[in-house]
Write a protein that binds this ligand. Structure first.
Ligand code: GDP
Length: 693
């Protein structure tokens, strides 16, 4: 399960208390002391955002619960979405003083998209100004079917327990650290008002659940009530189906309501086995879906969702096992690299400790230790026979680059290794040397993405760097299609070299995760024809090393476009005839001719320059909405919608050219006195029209 929350609602404190109560942490670490367990990246604590996810397994009522720390920052879409897909369920933490805040809404909608069942934890009921019923109301209004299954006894300083609306017992959290929980089945000790509200809320709960459960309804109609077992069963099913979100009460800081939250997690959120199967894609054809049963006896498959460097164990590869069983000594296959890896050691992370394990199965979340070879987050590891991938093999290409420079020579020496490690964790982050200036360039999916990487270099790798102004990575594409033919015939070092190619080159839609170059094999030309005494053959008839050379040549051709030398995207090549001679055709000749063909085609098929655009979403208090909109317009933003929320704040959505978005964070802060929130992520390319000055 994941913990989802708006910044400051208790996303760090809540899991920390969960670990405490499950006996893993013996000493409470406060967030502000910087000892919280989940937030093991120092810089996350400073920024107050959680960038990467760690997984910790704890035990409650004979169940293993693995907590995944979902990133709270929405800018890192790939990472947020990956962490959502490995979850079976989530605890959404809300601040009962503020109710639902804009960012919670965004995370909630993402979770909706992945159909993650949720329970809501109304936190901070000990704080001055805490409101339970009002907060639940705002939850229902903005997020849908939230129904309380607890009602707080006392609020603010007086918050001391809850009424369990399923069993109709009073539960009190005693002792300084809330560690003693006592139950009182008789509610008459409560104030008249609390008794009445509890009764009303229980009616509402029954009313809601009976709407979708005929069995429950008939029991209710005949007996006037329902037994606890049937009620729990129905609540569990409807939570798993996403029909209802049960709301619980607590104060993480004061250690109240954590044990009941854990029990509700076991009672109402799904176990891995509650989901029959997981769907992935065929690595050879991503539009073909493949489903594997979530059973230990199914073929083994898993998704790598996190790679972390552990001080003691070295590189840890966290996997979510979707199907089958994995044992130490087994070999797993990576369809992206077509490589096999032997599993030498496997651990389950238990907060600061690690349990060595020898076997894991469908549903488990474990870390593989010291896997050799290149594995990155988002990779699928499986039995080769399974032939499945859980994420597209086409990772989005970086859209922004910036030069970086180290402050000391000692740092320069460490830089390369550090950059390689970061790229392994986050494939949308890359680095390369600028061939013209010799400077080191870092590349990523937005300005903030690069800034955070600079921060991580400093914190995790102790490498201090300065970043230059970010530069947009433009692209080129073509607009037409045509058939081209190229021949290569030359004497090289005394021997005659020969190769030829005929292919149709056409434009492809340039979507976000689309391959830059799509190579397909067309049919050979109908009328058999020859070149220089050679008959045309098809791709399938080529020896393997020649196929590799041909593909390399086509890729060489799209490296730099005819207009400005930018990388070319959205190009399809349909191979038709290949002219080849066993005696006279070296791979280099075929590679050369393929690159030449692509270059000629690009310059003749109406090339154009593209620029990256970002989707921007802003939540601003109403007083600033017009200023923010006017500023967005002046930056050429395509506004899509401006909606007023029930609390008067505005939600503005649109798309903006990346080059016009640099420095936006600072700009928005000064426009709104720091009171607006925004997210921005890469959404695609548009035709670049250079400003006329
Ligand atoms: P995050 O930003 O979502 O990770 O939230 P944190 O867990 O860091 O909590 C934000 C702040 O709220 C911290 O100062 C916590 O000590 C405080 N806090 C968290 N839970 C509670 C609570 O139940 N009651 C009160 N009064 N403060 C809380």
């Amino acid at each position: 399960i994941g913990i989802m929350a708006h910044i400051d609602a208790g996303k760090t404190t809540t899991p920390e208390r969960i670990l405490y109560y499950t006996g893993l942490i013996h000493k409470l670490g406060e967030v502000h002391d910087g000892t919280a367990t989940m937030d093991w990246m120092v810089q996350e604590q400073e920024r107050g955002i959680t960038i990467t996810s760690a997984a910790v397994t704890c035990r409650w009522l004979d169940h293993d619960i693995t907590l995944i720390d979902t990133p709270g920052h929405v800018d890192f879409t790939l990472e947020v979405e990956r962490s959502l897909r490995v979850l079976d369920g989530a605890i959404a933490v809300f601040d009962s003083v503020h109710g639902v805040e804009p960012q919670s809404e965004m995370v909630w909608k993402q979770a909706d998209r992945y159909q993650v069942p949720r329970i809501a934890f109304m936190n901070k009921l000990d704080r001055v100004g805490a409101k339970f019923l009002q907060s639940v109301e705002s939850l229902c209004e903005k997020l849908g079917a939230a129904v309380p299954i607890q009602y707080p006894i006392g609020l603010e300083q007086d918050f001391r327990g809850v009424v369990d609306l399923v069993t109709m017992e009073a539960i009190y959290f005693e002792n300084e650290d809330g560690s003693r929980v006592s139950k009182e089945p008789d509610l008459t000790a409560l104030s008249q008002e609390d008794q009445e509200t509890s009764a009303e809320l229980r009616e509402k709960l029954l009313d809601f659940l009976t709407r979708n459960d005929d069995e429950l309804l008939s029991q209710y109609l005949s007996d006037g009530d329902v037994d606890v077992g049937t009620l729990k069963k129905s609540l569990r099913q409807q939570t798993i189906d996403g029909v209802v979100v049960p709301v619980l009460c607590g104060s993480a800081l004061k250690n109240k309501g954590i044990q009941t939250l854990l029990t509700a997690t076991v009672d109402y959120l799904p176990a891995p086995s509650d989901v029959d199967q997981t769907t992935g894609m065929d690595p050879h054809n991503e539009s073909k879906l493949i489903a594997l049963k979530r059973q230990p006896n199914e073929l083994f498959s898993s998704l790598v969702f996190k790679i972390a460097n552990d001080k003691f164990a070295g590189v840890l590869t966290y996997i979510r096992i979707y199907s089958g069983t994995l044992k130490v000594g087994d070999t797993v296959y990576n369809p992206r690299t077509k490589m096999n890896h032997r599993v030498q050691k496997m651990v389950r992370m238990r907060s600061s400790e690690r349990d060595n394990i020898t076997i894991a199965e469908a549903g488990d979340i474990v870390a593989l230790v010291g896997l050799k070879g290149s594995v990155v987050t988002g990779d699928t590891l499986s039995e080769k026979k399974a032939s499945i991938i859980y994420e597209s093999l086409h990772v989005a290409e970086p859209v922004v680059a910036a030069a970086i420079e180290c402050e000391s020579i000692a740092d320069s020496a460490k830089l390369e290794n550090a950059l390689a490690r970061l790229a392994m964790e986050d494939p949308s982050f890359r680095s390369a040397e600028d061939p013209e200036t010799g400077q080191m360039l870092i590349k990523g999916m937005g300005e903030l993405h690069l800034e955070i990487m600079i921060d991580r270099l400093k914190r995790e790798f102790k490498v201090v760097t300065q970043m230059g102004a970010p530069q947009v990575s433009y692209r080129e594409t073509i607009q037409n299609e045509g058939v081209f033919e190229k021949l290569f015939e030359r004497e090289v070092a005394g021997s005659k070299q020969f190769a030829g190619l005929r292919a149709r080159v056409y434009s492809l839609p340039y979507e976000k995760n689309h391959p830059t170059l799509k190579i397909t094999v067309g049919t050979k030309n109908d009328s058999p024809h020859s070149k220089g005494n050679l008959m045309a053959i098809s791709f399938a008839e080529l020896p393997d090393h020649m196929k590799t050379a041909l593909e390399a040549g086509l890729n060489d051709g799209v490296l730099s476009g005819p207009l400005m030398g930018y990388k070319v995207i959205g190009v399809g090549v349909e191979l038709q005839d290949i002219f080849f001679d066993k005696e006279r055709s070296e791979p280099s000749a075929l590679r050369f001719v393929a690159a030449q063909l692509v270059r000629t085609a690009l310059s003749e098929l109406s090339p154009q320059v593209l620029e990256p655009t970002m989707r921007v979403e802003i939540f601003t208090p109403s007083g600033f909405a017009s200023k923010v909109t006017a500023d967005l317009k002046s930056r050429g933003t395509q506004l899509e919608s401006i909606t007023e929320q029930s609390d008067g704040s505005h939600h503005i959505r649109g798309t903006i050219a990346l080059r016009k978005a640099f420095g936006y964070a600072k700009n928005l802060r000064s426009l709104t006195q720091g009171r607006a929130q925004y997210t921005m992520h890469f959404c695609g390319y548009i035709v670049y029209n250079p400003p006329t000055s």
